[in-house]
Design a protein around this ligand. Structure first.
Ligand SMILES: O=C(O)CCC(=O)C(=O)O
Length: 295
């Protein structure tokens, strides 16, 4: 198994870089009000009629929608990305939409492996186009959880959090972003978002980027592999080319070049470890109650 590398710098500002490395995320102002308006209009112009629940544009079967969303979000993001970042390459822009309803919840998870994490870090810039509240699908993240274990992640690979998903929730930090504010988060951070129970569709843009020299890498497992996972090299266009998101995501990837099997011991977070690293539940719970009083 690989060990965590010293992260290659991508933030221009050292304080942001250090905070990102320590916590696995940072929050910064990102879109102007005009950009928020332009992106909201773009979404309503493009979006397929049948969207329900949790619906990222990368899951859409409509390649035209995926591609236009990707091109336009990248274009509009560029100004703010250049303000904060250096030595990066943008991989994909997408909308992540939560229509009102209980089925729009997203479980506790880490995002799939997309780069070779023995050298590089994959980062999402997640920006809501409306103010977030405790009822409209606010994002929550477990600070520092990107450094609990080096992992290979994919829809068929058991997660490190599988046995403590519910116990993790009181320790999550709730990110009450305003429209146009961004959280930059390491893809391997443990995160969660509850259902959108408001009356309004929650639209987010998510722009995925990494260090300019990073190679694209995904992982796949099935039970015949035992304690090994199969790695695949992918093109940088993987996120828009991959047709399996949201459909046959549990099948072996149909694109990319197999690099063969590598050892993986499927680490697990235990309740004791959670308590040791994040403290007893009472403190985060109190914090959550205070947060909800002021929101
Ligand atoms: O948009 C959200 O609410 C959650 C997004 C998320 O967790 C993801 O895409 O991995």
């Amino acid at each position: 198994m690989f060990t965590f590398p010293k992260m290659l710098k991508v933030f221009r500002d050292d304080i942001l870089q250090d905070s990102f490395e320590k916590n696995g995320f940072v929050v910064v102002p990102f879109y102007t009000p005009e950009e928020v308006k332009e992106l909201t209009e773009l979404y309503y112009r493009l979006h397929p009629k049948d969207e329900k629940g949790f619906f990222p544009s990368t899951f859409s079967k409509d390649k035209n929608y995926r591609t236009i969303a990707d091109d336009e979000i990248r274009r509009i993001c560029e100004r703010a990305m250049n303000l904060y970042l250096r030595d990066y390459k943008t991989i994909c822009g997408s909308f992540i939409v939560k229509s009102p309803g209980p089925e729009s919840a997203m479980c506790v998870h880490q995002d799939m492996t997309l780069v070779d994490e023995s050298k590089f870090t994959g980062i999402n810039i997640w920006v809501p186009l409306i103010d977030l509240t405790k009822t409209n699908g606010v994002l929550q993240a477990l600070p520092g959880s990107h450094r609990l274990y080096p992992t290979y992640r994919g829809s068929t690979i058991p997660g490190i959090y599988d046995e403590v998903s519910e116990q993790i929730k009181p320790h999550l930090q709730t990110l009450f972003l305003k429209a146009g504010e961004a959280v930059f988060f390491d893809q391997s951070i443990i995160h969660y978002s509850d259902a959108n129970l408001s009356n309004e569709v929650r639209i987010v843009t998510n722009t995925y980027f990494t260090h300019k020299d990073a190679s694209f890498r995904i992982a796949y497992w099935n039970k015949d592999f035992g304690n090994k996972v199969e790695l695949f090299d992918e093109e940088d266009s993987f996120m828009t080319d991959f047709e399996q998101f949201g459909h046959n995501i549990h099948d072996r990837p149909k694109i990319g070049k197999s690099l063969g099997l590598v050892d993986y011991n499927f680490p697990k977070i235990t309740p004791e470890q959670l308590q040791k690293v994040y403290g007893r539940e009472e403190k985060p719970l109190l914090k959550r109650m205070l947060e909800s009083l002021f929101k």
